[in-house]
Design a binder for this molecule. Structure first.
Ligand SMILES: O=C(O)CCC(=O)C(=O)O
Ligand SMILES: [Mn+2]
Length: 213
């Protein structure tokens, strides 16, 4: 069992968000970065607790007709009915644990929405990565809110508009939360590129709401 560190409060003290895409809550596509959602101490404690306490798996996906191992370790936790199908694979959720519930609460308070699942990615070093994609699977519903929490080594995250090619590159330090909302997944793709310079691990948690019948 992983024991969660005590979370800081209150949320009202958080620094104002940095708008990466869209400049206000009425924009069609909104990507917002909240810095220091977790203190350095909390980030380190959560990083260590999750890295050693989660049952990480490396799975293969079908890419250009071939089965290849995904370049990162993955775990899927959530409510029992939150079954996620992506890249031709089906993930049945592991149950919530106190650490993940505490972090979910923090992300819900900031993004002002509710989540029933979380995808965890462990990037062991800069060779681990995630290619261009959008979180637009049908079970995420129309205009999903994705709250993406960062722990461990800072990595660069890229967003590229599907048609215009407009690109934003943003560093995601430990303790920061990136929230993608509105029609972002319809109009933009994102990636976490490889980097030879990165030698340290990083953990990313994307809290999601799977639409269940
Ligand atoms: O690691 C990241 O920051 C991105 C993760 C991501 O895009 C995903 O899990 O769908
Ligand atoms: Mn994604």
């Amino acid at each position: 069992m992983i024991t969660p560190p005590i979370l800081q409060d209150p949320v009202a003290d958080l620094p104002s968000p940095e708008w990466i895409i869209g400049s206000d809550p009425t924009s069609v596509c909104r990507v917002t970065l909240y810095h220091e959602v977790l203190s350095d101490e909390e980030s380190s404690a959560y990083f260590l607790a999750l890295k050693s306490g989660i049952h990480w798996q490396q799975r293969s996906i079908r890419l250009f007709g071939k089965q290849v191992m995904q370049p990162r370790l993955i775990a899927w936790h959530g409510d029992p009915e939150a079954i996620y199908r992506y890249s031709g694979d089906t993930w049945y959720p592991e149950p919530w644990v106190p650490t993940l519930q505490a972090l979910r609460q923090r992300c819900e308070d900031i993004s002002k929405t509710t989540f029933n699942s979380v995808l965890l990615n462990l990037y062991r070093d800069g060779n681990d990565a995630m290619g261009w994609h959008a979180d637009d699977e049908p079970e995420l519903g129309h205009e999903p809110v994705i709250a993406s929490l960062n722990l461990g080594c800072s990595r660069r995250f890229d967003l590229r508009h599907r048609h215009s090619g407009e690109t934003h590159k943003v560093w995601l330090p430990a303790g920061s939360l990136l929230v993608m909302a509105g029609a972002t997944q319809q109009h933009w793709r994102h990636q976490l590129p490889r980097s030879k310079k990165i030698t340290q691990p990083r953990l990313n948690l994307t809290f999601r709401r799977i639409i269940t019948c």
